[in-house]
Design a binder for this molecule. Structure first.
Ligand code: ADP
Ligand code: MG
Length: 242
């Protein structure tokens, strides 16, 4: 069990606000980690730091055992993909959006066509090649962003509340696709969600954040059945936390 990404005593401030306070965490290769916590608890900040988009004020980040610095930050950026609630695509077809990154990497037309077809199959968008982005629904766009991550052989997918604005049918479909990607490609997946049921359905491991601090980390089943901290207990019950 090797560690893909680790945070050691990471603190992130925005002016007076402490978004993350001395957070340490190890993410094992191939696991699905769910970050839960109410709005403002620091979930997005944590994802942005792990994606190499944001720099902490204090603390260290390790990727595959190597300390991340300004000089090698591309190591994280090139091997991870962050998926937001809304992804920005080129205003053209599904095919062109997926082919773009492969073209840059020098793949042949035939290889690109095959890879695009396979990625679309996995995200249940088979045959969507010539569809226009702007005609896709929100759920289809989320699935397309997963296809784009897949096509680039991403090792780490970071999802920020990916199903917040979707209907239950699309939520279920995206959750299934996330599990399939994890199982078939051993992709490490980190998903931030304020929905504890989603965390329970998807997470191997769960981390509960509150006011920028880690309250509890553990196996999903265990944390939901037998939370150790009374604040976790309250959150799971849907109560206010003081
Ligand atoms: P979550 O995703 O759990 O809702 P965030 O990571 O977005 O939490 O935010 C954590 C805290 O940091 C909040 O108090 C938020 O207002 C603050 N914050 C986040 N991003 C910024 C920013 N760019 N500038 C100032 N404050 C920010
Ligand atoms: Mg957020």
């Amino acid at each position: 069990m090797s560690c893909l990404i680790a945070l050691k005593n990471v603190t992130k401030r925005y002016g007076e606000i402490v978004a993350l306070n001395n957070v340490s965490l190890e993410v094992i290769k191939g696991e699905i980690l769910a970050i839960i916590g109410p709005n403002g608890s620091g979930k997005t900040t944590m994802l942005r730091i792990m994606a190499g988009i944001e720099k902490p004020n204090n603390g260290e980040i390790y990727f595959n055992g190597t300390r991340v610095h300004d000089r090698n930050i591309d190591m994280i950026r090139s091997r991870s993909t962050m998926i937001f609630q809304k992804t920005v695509f080129f205003n053209t077809t599904v095919y062109k959006n997926l082919a773009y990154g492969l073209k840059l990497r020098g793949y042949s037309k035939k290889e690109i066509k095959e890879k695009v077809r396979e990625a679309l199959r996995i995200v249940k968008l088979e045959g969507y090649e010539s569809r226009l982005i702007k005609k896709l629904s929100g759920g289809e766009q989320q699935r397309l962003s997963l296809a784009r991550a897949l096509i680039l052989n991403t090792e780490l997918i970071l999802l920020d509340e990916p199903t917040t604005n979707l209907d239950p049918y699309n939520v279920a479909m995206i959750e299934e696709i996330i599990c399939n990607i994890n199982r078939n490609f051993n992709t490490t997946i980190i998903i931030a969600t304020h929905n504890m049921f989603q965390a329970k359905r998807l997470g191997n491991k769960v981390i509960f954040l509150l006011n920028g601090e880690v309250v509890e980390v553990g196996k999903a089943d265990k944390m939901f059945e037998d939370p150790q901290d009374k604040r976790t207990k309250s959150f799971i019950r849907g109560e206010m936390i003081y």
